[in-house]
Design a protein. Structure first.
Length: 229
């Protein structure tokens, strides 16, 4: 967890802050297609009506993905980041490498350093999505990027947990005992603070920015666990 900003650890205070406090915003300015462009066009880094509109686009993309199909595909998908591979395939982006998505995900957060290779990877994803740099394209990329590290960490944590029970039971325990999301940031009284998310019930966030892909993430993770059992 990054210790360069103040940290809030009490679970009730964390939940209340998630519900009421805004996210650290990114500049909404015209920029070349790259990480800055992506951040400015996804719901993760904005609030209010803009967040609601962009989140609705992400939800529309998710609504087209059947969790049962994701789970079935994940059982037989091999190689690195199998959950990303599944998402790429069902989104019609089979020619895109999982490494391209992982590179973007590694530099997605605004506090990460600039990276020209990540900017180029975003441009590659835009091209693969049809070449139109609009909010719908950003929503498709958002689905891939936000699933990349989080779902991968969920699978890793579940594989290290007590293996007693079904994949679903293992995952639910993991979300309570060792969730993949360790921390997130909000703005309180004009200052950025770090929220400790390692509490039962907070694994997928809370409030306006709660993860809309919870069902899809659990389906992908369950399929991977079942495929490796």
């Amino acid at each position: 967890m990054n210790r360069t900003v103040p940290e809030l650890t009490d679970p009730e205070q964390v939940r209340a802050t998630l519900v009421s406090a805004p996210v650290p915003a990114v500049p909404s300015v015209d920029s070349p297609i790259g990480i800055d462009w992506l951040r400015a066009h996804v719901p993760r880094f904005c609030d209010g009506p803009t967040h609601q509109r962009l989140r609705a686009l992400v939800v529309t993309e998710l609504d087209q993905l059947a969790p049962d199909e994701l789970r079935l595909r994940a059982r037989t998908t091999t190689g690195p980041l199998p959950h990303v591979r599944v998402l790429l395939d069902v989104l019609g982006l089979s020619d895109v490498s999982v490494e391209t998505v992982a590179l973007v995900a590694a530099h997605y957060q605004p506090h990460e350093p600039d990276n020209p290779a990540a900017d180029a990877a975003v441009a590659d994803l835009v091209a693969a999505c049809g070449g139109v740099a609009d909010d719908r394209t950003a929503a498709r990329i958002c689905v891939l990027v936000q699933a990349c590290a989080a779902t991968g960490a969920l699978v890793t944590n579940a594989e290290q947990a007590d293996s007693d029970g079904t994949a679903d039971e293992i995952l639910l325990r993991t979300m309570d005992e060792n969730p993949p999301l360790r921390s997130t940031r909000r703005v309180v009284d004009g200052a950025v603070i770090e929220l400790d998310m390692r509490h039962p019930g907070l694994g997928f966030g809370a409030g306006p920015h709660a993860c809309p892909g919870r069902t899809h993430a659990l389906a992908l993770a369950a399929g991977i666990i079942e495929g490796t059992a």
